[in-house]
Design a protein around this ligand. Structure first.
Ligand code: ZN
Length: 88
């Protein structure tokens, strides 16, 4: 699992390869994100204080979905209106 590191201190993001976990294992560090936080350091400002770690593989929230759903409803609405006109 690749990780996405975000530093609030200098507003920079970087990606950490999933192979980092092998190093954690070798050192006997805990393998969960919350506990791992303090072992990561920002490459730019060397801070360990304001680091956010998220899995890089996490799917993005479906931003498009409400829009396309609305479009579906609109299409249904116009289709049924057209059908109603034909019946007349
Ligand atoms: Zn930083």
């Amino acid at each position: 699992m690749d990780l996405r590191l975000w530093c609030f201190g200098c507003a920079r993001g970087s990606t950490v390869e999933g192979s980092i976990w092998r190093r954690f294992e070798a050192r006997g560090w805990p393998l969960d994100l919350r506990a791992a936080r303090c072992h990561f350091r920002c490459k730019e400002c060397r801070s360990t204080e304001n680091i956010l770690i998220v899995p890089a593989s996490r799917p993005l929230p479906p931003v498009e979905e409400p829009i396309s759903w609305e479009r579906e409803v609109m299409r249904f609405f116009f289709q049924s209106r057209r059908a109603a006109k034909k019946r007349r």
